[in-house]
Design a protein around this ligand. Structure first.
Ligand code: SF4
Ligand code: SF4
Length: 135
């Protein structure tokens, strides 16, 4: 079983396309939508976690690309600005996945991109604007 956290950007003409239905039914994938944004007469964006076996997962991604959906790794949309972080630790109890953690040896806050699900809870909580979600 593999997991991918991705951001899908699709043109207005594909907004009514049952993309998640096809990923689930045709490719036997599990889809967890983290965030969605659809603007009238503009593009739509979906942040999701997709999991499944390696081959169906690859085929599912190929299906999206052939359809005209832009598939980006979530890593490109979450940015932790180390230079702005003051290690205040406010975000640590807020983060549901422990992507924000305290390195007790260094007494600094660390960010683990692989654990981050892009929920956005840390963004308003951070007083120093050290986390940005470009979504
Ligand atoms: S976006 Fe959510 S999961 Fe990611 S670091 Fe912030 S609180 Fe944690
Ligand atoms: S709340 Fe902001 S400044 Fe404080 S530790 Fe978290 S990312 Fe750094």
């Amino acid at each position: 079983m593999q997991k991918k956290k991705v951001v899908l950007t699709f043109p207005y003409k594909l907004i009514n396309e049952p993309i998640t239905y096809h990923l689930i039914k045709d490719y036997d994938l599990e889809v967890n939508i983290i965030r969605a944004r659809i603007s009238p007469r503009e593009e739509g964006r979906l942040m999701m976690e997709i999991s499944g076996k390696e081959e169906p997962l690859r085929k599912g991604m190929d299906y999206l690309k052939e359809l005209g959906v832009e598939v980006q790794s979530l890593a490109q949309d979450i940015r932790w600005l180390d230079e702005k972080c003051t290690d205040c630790t406010i975000c640590i109890p807020i983060c549901p996945t422990e992507a924000m953690a305290l390195d007790r040896n260094e007494m600094t806050v660390t960010f683990d991109q692989d654990k981050c699900i892009g929920c956005g809870l840390c963004v308003p909580a951070c007083p120093y604007k050290a986390v940005e979600i470009l979504f």
